[in-house]
Design a protein around this ligand. Structure first.
Ligand code: KDG
Length: 339
């Protein structure tokens, strides 16, 4: 069975019930999430072996975060304990004209201050076929950027395929810092996932004559972005979701994969959004699933976008769908599909 390793932060998510505003809520709903942890849960649900690498505080909150992964069969045996705290993020879900809000309380989290020599890289990558990280992890701190680099070197020394989801987070770092750090890390990357906004913010790459702030990007323009990413960083594949925003809660959702010569465009789904958090991670993990199990590119992309469409119907950061459910949507009666 294929094994995927990811490295990153897992956080406690405290979200207001339903669509309540922060200022009116008297309680929070609890779950755990984080870009790379979310990917492990999805991939475990599809039947792959997954291993999540992070550091959590040696207390019940740290253990609870670890338990949230174990219940889906994610291997957590390479997670050191220690440091000050688990990161928290607060979420107020938007609807219609009102956008969602996120407030971070994650400075000095255990993983943000972890050092490379606390990890058994040889053991971590033993038997692994794929390593995935996101731009969130190196954004946490200089130490976390060093840690990411150490992981990439160890993965590449074992010949493991590496994917990144650029996931630019403006609350964590500046564009200049992101560009400096991510450019170095791209040397180790084979598959780059990131939308046009990520590409512009992280690499300064954009399609000619487009303005992402006006939402003008389409798949033709994205191909131009993907070509530039491939030329600049010599990666094998570039992929992105394509979102048509009708409102905060209704979207057209499809995706594109570019292999340097040919573009693959997925079907489009019409989403009514229950919870969009983790939608990108479910796309990334769906794509990793397709690629690591050697599906043809078009099928891998269709699997990824269908998995991600399903995630938008599920509250929480993680995707709780089986491989069979994704396949049913891909090949089913077309419900939810607009073309
Ligand atoms: O991609 C989903 C993540 O954004 C979410 O799980 C929280 O990791 C997170 C972050 O840093 O925003």
């Amino acid at each position: 069975m294929k094994r995927v390793v990811t490295l990153g932060e897992i956080m406690l998510r405290l979200s207001t019930p339903g669509f309540e505003r922060f200022v009116q809520a008297d309680s929070f709903d609890v779950c755990y999430g984080g870009g790379e942890a979310n990917c492990c849960v999805s991939l475990s649900n599809y039947g792959l072996e997954t291993r999540f690498v992070t550091k959590v505080p040696d207390n019940e909150i740290g253990q609870s975060a670890v338990n949230s992964l174990r219940r889906y069969g994610v291997d957590t045996s390479f997670i050191p304990r220690g440091g000050d705290r688990l990161g928290i993020y607060f979420l107020e879900s938007g609807a219609s004209q009102r956008p969602s809000k996120v407030i971070y309380d994650r400075a000095h989290a255990a993983i943000a201050e972890a050092k490379s020599d606390e990890f058994d890289w040889d053991g971590i990558f033993e038997g692994a076929d794929w390593f995935h990280f996101t731009g969130i992890t190196p954004a946490l701190s200089d130490a976390a950027a060093e840690l990411t680099l150490a992981a990439l070197k160890a993965a590449k020394a074992k010949g493991i395929t590496v994917s990144v989801d650029l996931n630019y987070r403006k609350k964590l770092w500046s564009q200049a810092k992101a560009q400096e750090v991510m450019t170095k890390l791209m040397e180790y990357v084979d598959v780059c996932i990131g939308n046009e906004e990520d590409a512009e913010k992280v690499f300064g790459i954009k399609a000619q004559g487009t303005d992402i702030h006006k939402g003008e990007i389409n798949h033709v323009a994205y191909e131009e972005v993907a070509k530039q990413i491939i030329e600049k960083f010599n990666v094998k594949l570039v992929a992105s979701t394509l979102r048509e925003s009708y409102s905060a809660s209704d979207n057209g959702w499809s995706a594109i994969l570019f292999d340097g010569e040919k573009s693959y465009l997925s079907k489009k789904y019409d989403l009514r959004i229950v919870d969009r958090v983790g939608g990108g991670d479910s796309f990334a993990s769906g794509l990793i699933y397709g690629l690591v199990t050697e599906l043809p590119y078009q099928e891998a992309l269709e699997f990824a976008v269908a998995a991600s469409a399903l995630k938008h119907t599920i509250p929480g950061d993680t995707n709780h769908v089986s491989k069979e459910e994704v396949l049913t949507l891909m090949g089913g009666d077309g419900s939810g599909r607009v073309q």
